[in-house]
Write a protein that binds this ligand. Structure first.
Ligand code: HEC
Length: 117
């Protein structure tokens, strides 16, 4: 015996709705995370530090990889730190090109000053 016509219509309806549901939830999650947001987000000292400095100095400034100094123990004033970042010293490479602007250098300096006790 064939499935009654009304039941078949319901089945078709359900099957028709399913992909709609999936596509809805899919686009909703895309909306939440605007892909262009990442580019417009202002750079923070913390993110610049993590990107360019943490590989040697560690997230908290204490790592000391490749002979890097412990930044929590540093006695340099902020001008000396700026010079350090721009010119480098021994195993520390100059970072001026990477950080691109004075403003970014300033952001990184104020971030690492927070490591000190
Ligand atoms: C390739 C590893 C490396 C990277 C990346 C690096 N450093 Fe260094 N850093 C060093 C080394 C090595 C020293 C010690 C230099 C010396 O005095 O011989 C140092 C020293 C320093 C000092 C001086 C500390 C003191 O009291 O003498 C500061 C400040 C500093 N780094 C900040 C930074 C910042 C900010 C960044 C990111 C923009 C950075 N470093 C990235 C290796 C690195």
């Amino acid at each position: 015996m064939a499935i009654p016509h009304s039941t078949r219509r319901k089945l078709v309806l359900i099957l028709g709705i399913l992909p709609l549901l999936f596509s809805c939830s899919g686009s909703a999650s895309v909306d939440k995370r605007n892909p262009s947001a990442e580019n417009t987000e202002p750079l923070s000292g913390a993110s610049l530090y993590l990107q360019h400095c943490a590989i040697c100095h560690g997230e908290d400034g204490k790592l000391g990889a490749s002979g890097a100094k412990d930044l929590t123990m540093s006695k340099l004033d902020s001008n000396q730190v700026v010079q350090m970042i721009k010119k480098g010293k021994n195993a520390m490479p100059p970072m001026k090109e990477l950080l691109e602007t004075e403003e970014n250098i300033g952001l990184v300096v104020s971030h690492l000053m927070k490591f000190r006790k």
